[in-house]
Design a protein around this ligand. Structure first.
Ligand code: ADP
Ligand code: MG
Length: 253
């Protein structure tokens, strides 16, 4: 799909946890070659929406289309195989394992190349192909020199980038990042922003939950704001920054 075309379209997405409506009639369009930011106060329903988009949770109602195909109701594995990949809000690397092993593990868990049936036993050729793909993605994100270092020995910013390398192994069209800049130092944020801009230039679509407005302003093409499970506003970063409803939501007004 050419840049700017709708890649993922969610309509009327609702998720209830018992009596709690975590997503209420949410709609969202994510376009190719764009970075879309999803913002909103704590508890607004952002992580839940990620879980719905990636098939980790079933929808209560609504529909999600990805590349023209309905994906709501598909397993997370199927959705990943179609090209939706994610990182989690908290780093999930195994600190004592190498960067390469961590990325390969993630690639394997996602069922890289489909033919891998279980983690119990891998044919040598399969293992080699996974390691080669992992190494390729580690190079792509600029961490080749840390390939064999223990993941836990890297700075937090680098660990976040390892997580992105892991997500890239599935060769996604869409990358979902949950608070990628949280807790990072200024230079680490710059490195992360640079990587995301490079991926965007390659045609990748990114949806990220992020609170850091300074980080978002220079980076996001479009911003969607959630509050109480619903869409409060959407628009260009400059518009959102001045939107009175958004300001009120953040100031608790
Ligand atoms: P955000 O990521 O925007 O902070 P979440 O999507 O994590 O918000 O949460 C939205 C609401 O849904 C919160 O009230 C949260 O407590 C609730 N919630 C999230 N996941 C679950 C769950 N698995 N079971 C019950 N309630 C949940
Ligand atoms: Mg969250």
């Amino acid at each position: 799909l050419p840049a700017g075309e709708p890649l993922l379209v969610a309509e009327g997405v609702t998720k209830k946890f018992g009596g709690l409506v975590a997503n209420n009639n949410m709609s969202l369009t994510i376009k190719t070659g764009q970075i879309t930011a999803l913002i909103g106060p704590n508890g607004a329903g952002k992580s839940t929406l990620f879980n719905l988009l990636t098939g980790l949770l079933p929808l209560t109602s609504g529909k999600i289309e990805f590349r023209g195909q309905r994906i709501d109701g598909l397993s997370s594995r199927k959705i990943a195989a179609l090209g939706v990949s994610r990182s989690f809000q908290h780093v999930r690397l195994i600190p004592t394992m190498s960067v390469l092993e961590n990325v390969a593990l993630g690639a394997h868990r996602r069922g890289l190349a489909g033919y891998i049936r279980s983690g119990l036993h891998l044919e040598r050729a399969e293992e080699a192909s996974i390691l080669a793909e992992a190494a390729r993605q580690i190079e792509r994100v600029g961490l080749a020199k840390h390939m064999h270092d223990a993941a836990g020995s890297l700075a937090l910013g680098q660990q976040r980038i390892v997580e992105i390398a892991r997500a890239l192994c599935a060769d996604p069209y869409l990358l979902l990042l949950d608070e990628p800049a949280a807790g990072l130092r200024h230079l680490e944020k710059e490195a992360l922003a640079e990587l995301l801009m490079r991926l965007r230039a390659e045609g990748m679509a990114v949806l990220m939950v992020e609170h850091d407005m300074d980080f978002l302003m220079g980076l996001a093409d479009y911003v969607v704001v959630m509050e109480f499970g619903q869409k409060l506003a959407e628009g260009l970063p400059e518009e959102i920054q001045e939107n009175p409803k958004v300001l009120a939501a953040y100031l608790g007004g």
